[in-house]
Structures are given as structure tokens and as C-alpha cells.
Design a protein around this ligand. Sequence first.
Ligand SMILES: C[S@@+](CC[C@H](N)C(=O)[O-])C[C@H]1O[C@@H](n2cnc3c(N)ncnc32)[C@H](O)[C@@H]1O
Length: 270
Amino acid sequence: MSNSNNQPDWAAIAENFDLWLPQIAPVGEVLLEGLSARPGDKIIDLGSGTGEPALTLARLMRGQVDITGVDSAGPMVDVAQRKVKDEGLANVRFMHMPAEQLDFADNRFDRAMSRFGVMLFNDSQQGLKEIHRVLKPGGHFSIAVWSTPETMPTLLWSYDVFSKHIAEDAAPPLHKVTSLGRPGVLDEMLAKAGFSEFSIEPHTFHYHFDSFDAYWDIVETSDILKQQYDALPKDQHAAIREEIAVLANIHMNENELVIPHEFLLATGVK
Ligand SMILES: C[S@@+](CC[C@H](N)C(=O)[O-])C[C@H]1O[C@@H](n2cnc3c(N)ncnc32)[C@H](O)[C@@H]1O
């Protein structure tokens, strides 16, 4: 299933999404620090994918907090739920549910979090309104979204290179992924959702790969650019890889590819 934003078909790539988790783990650390969960908290994770950052928190606070993850892609929820079962984790569950229409009563949660989910929602504003609705008065949120295109080199390279080979309407989802990254955009949406007490800070972290090939193998194996590959004539696959390798070369250090990325962390209180 494709969609107008060209974001990956999360349901279809659920089984291999975890290839990316080590790369974005530093974002989860900063996000959980901003969340500052306390024993007894009821917590919601929106766009929880294959279980992060909910599972990291569940492992850290074993049974002391109650966590519910929601995601609109059923197979992502299945992967997350499998981990709960395999690890025997208590007080954590994942549910198939769109963030724009949460099936929870008002004022139910003490904490809300989302790592790289909100900018992908079909209606990010409605998702933020729902976060405001289900948080208790005084409840905290910690939300990470991608920043601007120029601070997200991997997606920018793919966008620039694929756009030369395939139609613009099939290009990688640079605009959707960075849609909340420009200064002022997320502030305005949080205010519209009902929040008046919050701050938004940029943070830099790095992807680390042993080589360009190690990076591109994950891109291909995870199928994260499946729609773009599907639109690309087979005889141009090698050219894409080579063109992106040239762009990536400026980030080769000694024997490692180290690529800086920026995200925005929004934290606040209802
Ligand atoms: C980039 S993944 C991030 C997954 C996870 N939070 C992580 O950091 O590993 C984005 C997730 O948001 C989910 N998503 C997209 N739109 C959604 C919506 N409207 N409601 C709930 N989840 C949504 C996708 O299905 C996907 O699992």
C-alpha cells in the first residue's frame, strides 16, 4: 500500500525495521531523559512501531510503570507485542490504533512520548490534540521529530538522487519526514493542541556504519525505500548506489561512516 506522502509502508516493512534501532537509539535516550518517568506512572507511546522507546523504558523500570504503545500499522504492533511475550515484560502492551483517534478516556495518562512518529501521522495536529486530551492535568510529554532537510543528510541524499531518476511524486518522503522541523512549526501546533508550557530543543546524534556498503545494505534489506526502488528501472539500481556513495563520502572518517543528524525534542506539561 502506498500513500500520498511516500512514507514507507510500515506494515510491509515491520519485520526488518529493527535494523534501524541501533542507529536511532541515542534519540530514545534523550527522549526518555526528557520524559522523566516516575514509578506508578501510566504512559502512552504514540507511533510505537516495533516497540521503541516503550520497551527500553519497560526494561529500565521493570513493572514499576504501566506502558501502552499505539501504532496504526498492525504488523509493527505484532512485532512489539512478540518482544513483550518473549521477554516476559510486565505492565506493557501494544495496540493497533491511529494516533488521531485514541480509544482512551480523557486525562488517563501521566506521561506521553513519541519517537519519530508525530510528523508521520496523517494529521499531526489532530494527533497532538489527542495527546493533550489523554494527558492528565500536570502530565508531561516528550516528543522527538526530525528537524530540517539539510540536517537529515541520509534522506536528503536519497531524495536528491532518486528525484533525478524517478518522478517527483514517487520521490523519498523528505517533505513529510521534515514537515515539523522548521522553526516555529511545532511550537504553533503544540499551542493549537492546547499546550502552553513547553520547550523545543535541537539535538544532534550520529549514524555509525563500518562502510558505505554497510549503510546501503541496511537501506536495501529494510526495504525502507521500496516504493522508490519499485519506480526505478532495474538498470539504474547500481547508478543510484554509486551516486549516493559519492555524496556520503564527505562523512567517511578513517574506517567509519559517521553521519550527523538533527532532531527536535519537544517537552512540556499539560
Ligand atoms: C519511523 S517509525 C518510528 C517507530 C518507533 N517509534 C521507533 O522510534 O522505533 C514511525 C511509526 O509511526 C507509525 N505511524 C504513522 N502514522 C501513524 C498514525 N497516524 N497513528 C499511529 N501510528 C502511526 C508508523 O506505523 C510507524 O510504526
